[in-house]
Design a binder for this molecule. Structure first.
Ligand code: BT5
Length: 324
């Protein structure tokens, strides 16, 4: 019902009498008042003026399911959203939900994480209301060995979303870093639940620094707000709701391309955002170090590196250091 009240107030965009809203939605004036109070408690600024009625002045800067689904227009991604003010890690919640067989595209979003995590047990700094922390459940009909391409698909979608909403052009460092001017603004964590030859579900975890000040972030990190400040000396916050919606739309577009066609269109876009290919890199994989030149990306998302011996080797996971 609160969704419907908000829809009505948003559509009118002026004062609407309590009587008109109550009649339109078939509820009593008292029930309407109670819902308005609850919406105010959630952070919606709704004024009530005698003889004029109610008017929605401002929506809160919260990644609320209603705000995210409003005008989202996706078919799969984010049709079902679980929202938390605070959670240990959205990955843990998504893993539980995945095992309960929730529909594909189910999204877990949190305003903060107490144990946000990166790969190999690293942590992800997740201060409240500043970033985007999400886990998305997908059920692609692809071989588990090809799952790394989903990380690339997510990276491309994040870059497209950021570029569309903020005008900033981020870059991708293989396999999962989103950078702006060589500082990390976002990361992707892909976890699998699979048999040897079939994926049961994949969880794509995304952490993105949006409105953080630099002192709230690790030293080598930045946020979209910081990057924007450098561009225009303006201090405005970026609208997290619009940004997240755009990223979800891009994920849906790119995911469908991946499933219906092939990975090539995604890889093509990935190449245009990447800053790894063509560089001298050091790959750290299973505690071993390999030096070489990053040649290309394979159809399954693996990084092709030409070792100094001339042999080309493929890495499906690992960390890389750009040497030059
Ligand atoms: C990643 O790991 O970059 C994947 C991060 C995924 C986080 C999301 S948030 C929603 C979902 N729920 C979770 O619990 N996780 C996912 P990795 O490549 O291992 O990088 C981790 C490293 O990035 C850390 O060791 C720090 O050096 C750095 N780091 C930590 N927090 C950061 C932040 N907020 N911004 C930039 N860098 C950060």
């Amino acid at each position: 019902m609160q969704d419907k009240i908000l829809d009505f107030l948003k559509k009118k965009n002026e004062y609407v009498s309590g009587e008109e809203i109550s009649q339109h939605l078939g509820i009593s004036r008292q029930a309407l008042w109670k819902h308005i109070q609850d919406l105010r408690d959630t952070g919606y600024d709704i004024v009530a003026v005698p003889h004029l009625g109610y008017r929605l002045i401002m929506c809160p800067d919260r990644l609320l399911p209603y705000e995210l689904t409003h005008g989202l227009e996706t078919k799969i991604i984010g049709r079902k959203i679980y929202y938390f003010e605070r959670v240990s890690s959205t990955m843990d919640v998504a893993m539980q939900l995945g095992n309960q067989n929730v529909p594909e595209g189910t999204l877990v979003v949190a305003e903060s994480q107490t144990k946000g995590r990166g790969r190999l047990g690293r942590s992800w700094t997740s201060p409240k209301y500043k970033g985007i922390y999400l886990s998305l459940i997908l059920k692609p009909d692809i071989l588990p060995a090809c799952a790394p391409v989903l990380t690339l698909m997510a990276a491309v979608s994040i870059c497209e979303g950021i570029s569309r909403i903020s005008g900033i052009e981020p870059q991708i460092k293989w396999p999962n870093d989103i950078l702006i001017h060589n500082k990390k603004v976002g990361g992707i964590l892909t976890e699998l639940e699979a048999e040897l030859d079939a994926i049961s579900f994949v969880i794509i975890g995304i952490g993105l620094n949006v409105n953080n000040e630099s002192n709230e972030l690790p030293r080598e990190a930045t946020s979209l707000k910081e990057a924007k400040k450098n561009l225009s000396a303006r201090q405005e916050n970026i609208n997290r709701i619009e940004l997240l919606k755009e990223i979800l739309r891009k994920i849906e577009d790119n995911y469908l391309i991946l499933l219906k066609k092939s990975s090539s269109p995604i890889l093509e876009k990935w190449r245009s955002y990447n800053i790894t290919l063509g560089r001298r890199v050091e790959v750290v994989c299973h505690r071993q170090h390999f030096g070489g030149e990053a040649m290309d990306i394979d159809t399954d998302g693996g990084l092709l590196v030409r070792r100094d011996s001339g042999i080309i080797e493929k890495f499906m996971a690992g960390d890389i250091v750009h040497i030059r």
